[in-house]
Design a protein around this ligand. Sequence first.
Ligand code: V47
Length: 366
Amino acid sequence: MSRLLDATARTLDAGGRLTREEGVALFAEEDLLGLGALADRVKQRRWQHRGHFVLNRQINPSNLCVLSCRFCDFASKRGRSDAYEMTMEEILAKCDGVREVHIVGGLHPSWSFDYFCEMLAAIKRRHPQIQIKAFTAVEIDYFSKKARLTIEQVLLRLQAVGLVALPGGGAEVFSERVRKQLFPFKMGAPRWLEIHRIAHRLGIPSNSTLLYGHMETHEERVDHMLKLRELQDETHGFLSFIPLAYQPGKTKVVTRQASAIEDLKTIAIARLLLDNFPHIKAYWVTMGEETASVALRFGADDIDGTIGEERIMHAAEADSPLAMGRERLIQLIREAGCVPVERDALYHEVQVYDSDVEQVAEPVPA
Ligand code: V47
């Protein structure tokens, strides 16, 4: 084991925390397998060999967006051939047979906040059991400005019509340098963190993301994770951290996506740095299914879900499939030597597939 990995292991075994410098140094670590093994050990302390997944559907109701961020291939404008808006009936039809719906879209120029509330209410009327995880902090902020409500009022209204969690998008990377170049009109770190802080206070847990593999540095990735760790110390409201590998599409920000090695290092370092986050998600849509499977032995304990028809990363030409069957998810988790555990949107265990016999889970202490 390298001197750095040995020191990292000793710090973590003694219940200590990694510093910014140690996090940055780990990105330069040449012993990839040693790094992965250490992150796997830390993951196993909490989750043993569990690999979580969820039967979910992603719904991106419209790609119309008032912003035009340089990194984004998804957003469109009225009149363009790729612009779309789903009808309420189309949205409802996508909710059949799943446990969780995940709703994220552009900042729509004309749909009102009331319309989005009605969308959630209609989903709950048709599917009372479904759990709704919806709207990034950027969308929440936009609703509050359009409807002249406080963030708290927006979240309480959404909660009243069925929202149970916020997705982690919109964080991009908490670097002012990158923000100025790639998304100058989108909120920065302080506002994103404040909205999640308010959500947590209202009892709405959330996820968090990091968009990596464009022009950010390793230092900026680590700083991003440390800002999340700090808020988590305060609120304990984050469920998971999800590094999103940037899909370059036609944006010309970069010509190719981050390598599998960068993907695995980012997952492993997240597990080691984010000692107060229960879940680290290897998102198969951006990482690809094979790398996501390997990531389950590099510190990740979750690979998201069936998803249905993701449109944000696929607008940027992601070459992963549009949807994944439950059997395929189970296979990817088993191939990694892990035990598939179906979960709900809030990470309650629903079913453990620990052999050919399917069993209901014994709850694992968090
Ligand atoms: O904020 C946009 C990212 C995010 C690209 O909470 C891109 O479980 C890669 O919120 N390549 C929205 N990423 C997606 C989101 C999400 C996704 C998965 C799981 C969860 C969760 C939430 O998608 C945006 C942005 O960071 N994004 N374009 C792209 N070309």
